[in-house]
Design a protein. Sequence first.
Length: 272
Amino acid sequence: MKRLVYILGALVAASLWGGWATTENNSTAVVAGLNNIGSDSVFSTVTSLATPIDTTPIELSFNTADEALKYMEESEHWREYQSGILPQMASTNLDYVTRLLNNTHDGFIVVDKGRMKLIRFDKYGEPVATYGMACGKNYGTKHKRSDCRTPEGFFAVKRVQNSTDWKYVDDDGNVSQKTGEFGPRFIRLDIPGITSIGIHGTCAPWSIGGRRSHGCIRLKNENIMELVDLVEVGMPVIVSPGTKDQKINKEEGYDIPRISTVVDTEQLHAGL
């Protein structure tokens, strides 16, 4: 009898068990240069008493470039990989290529400071869109506030914000009276210790192609509006140093890898 009561109780609990969702929406308008807070959502739901199926992707790890290449060659997407930059990256930067092969988003971004290009790649390393860009006026990776350098390394998209009415704030706290200096959108990057760097539009399209900014990456306004439709929160963003950046970094005791954003044509014809 006790067993029957226990079973009936469990069935009733299962039939009444529902789910819930909570949403937090904190939206604060602040001038650019500060840590603008966007709209973040938290969603949690329980729909079953059954043990959930673990859908966490298996994390790939490779000890050598050959192991990473073998994984790509034996996958059903080798043709796509072969047409992209990941095979060549395996031999020059195993860490980066491992992270990208574990990437759960549909692509990644590379800011190439040597070529002064921002390239959106698909997840296999094939270019989807390429834009001219401007970056920090000084060479080398960023170390401190006001050094006018663009940080280099492996980062991610933190959030996308409407920057149409933002005003520039200089290092002394002076606020510009002009709006639109950041263009219509600001893709904030998740960089350890730095909250103010992002990819954004500009009111000075003539600056594209040069070292002109205080550290952010500038695109033409029509390009940033196109790019925001191609990014997702959490998507990897690699900022690759140019030759002069690497020289400065080496002099300062830093070794930040540079990757090639041009597909090696030899691998296309030789199967690597």
